[in-house]
Design a protein around this ligand. Structure first.
Ligand SMILES: N[C@H](CCC[C@H](N)C(=O)O)C(=O)O
Length: 283
């Protein structure tokens, strides 16, 4: 069966978008398609695949599969790409919409100027209880948990935050000097502590308003940006007293503006989404 897809990215965190309503057969094979099509040599090349699906609770539902075929509860850069995709494909021709995810309903607002989409996502409240992250560490009376993890020759202190998907955040003097590809997978796959594995963020504090971040993503490896990771890292930085409530996060692929709203307790993320090309492929 031949199906159409759209290749997109947000700060270089790139996904293949598929209309799962038009192609239910593709959705059924979501994990396999993600593994095959994400391959940058034998496939289309991406960090994963995102499907627009029908929802009885929202305008549309997002299902997201990492390059290794694992499904994630949430994807910050991906939900911005989905919002643009459903607009451009006339699936949901709205600048304000609600998208259902496995991490709950997310409110999206889009500002369009020609080819440029500036998209704001209410990412909801961070999850800090270890058993909900999930992480096998004791709950801490201060309200959030940290843990020491040895990875090869180093021991890192991680702050644990979920945005619907798990994140382990550690602070380093300089992100450019971190061997992300050595230490990232060792922490990602420490299933003793993280029964569903975890995303791993390495953070350099530039000022109380700016962070630099590199990320080893669960199921995808080092990516150029991670929206949920940027949100989780800002939450961790505020909880650790390192930044103010609004922070610009500098990722390899560009900046994301993140705010932890004091009134709602929700994390608000603003960034772009870019359509790269349209394609067709057999499944
Ligand atoms: N690899 C992540 C999903 C994608 C998250 C990231 N690309 C984002 O923009 O939030 C996970 O398995 O939790």
């Amino acid at each position: 069966m031949r199906i159409q897809f759209t290749k997109m990215h947000a700060l270089g965190n790139d996904y293949i978008l598929i209309d799962g309503i038009r192609y239910p057969e593709a959705l059924k094979q979501g994990s396999e398609i993600a593994k095959k099509w994400s391959d940058r040599h034998f496939g289309v090349g991406s960090d994963g695949v995102i499907f627009a699906c029908a929802s009885d609770k929202a305008n549309v539902m997002m299902r997201m599969f990492n390059a290794d075929g694992s499904e994630s509860e949430m994807c910050g850069n991906g939900i911005r790409q989905l919002a643009r995709f459903v607009y451009e494909k006339n699936i949901v021709k709205k600048d304000r919409l609600i998208i259902e995810t496995l991490a709950g309903l997310k409110e999206i607002t889009m500002e369009r100027e020609g080819e440029n989409f500036r998209i704001t996502v209410d990412m909801g409240a961070p999850i800090l209880a270890p058993q909900e992250i999930p992480a096998n560490v004791p709950a801490d009376p201060k309200g959030f948990s940290k843990t020491m993890i040895q990875a090869a020759d180093k021991t890192f202190e991680f702050t644990l935050v979920s945005m619907g998907n798990p994140h382990a955040i550690t602070y380093v003097p300089s992100v450019k000097d971190v061997d992300v590809h050595r230490y990232g997978p060792l922490v990602e796959n420490n299933t003793t502590i993280f029964p569903r594995r975890t995303n791993v963020e390495f953070i350099e504090v530039v000022s109380r308003d700016e962070l630099r971040m590199r990320v080893w993503e669960r199921g995808a490896g080092e990516t150029l940006a991670c929206g949920t990771g940027a949100c989780a890292s800002v939450v961790a930085s505020i909880l650790n007293g390192l930044t103010n409530k609004s922070v610009r996060v500098h990722l390899l692929g560009g900046p994301l503006d993140i705010r932890w709203d004091e009134n709602s307790g929700h994390v608000i993320m603003t960034g772009d989404a870019v359509t790269v090309f349209e394609g067709e492929k057999e499944i």
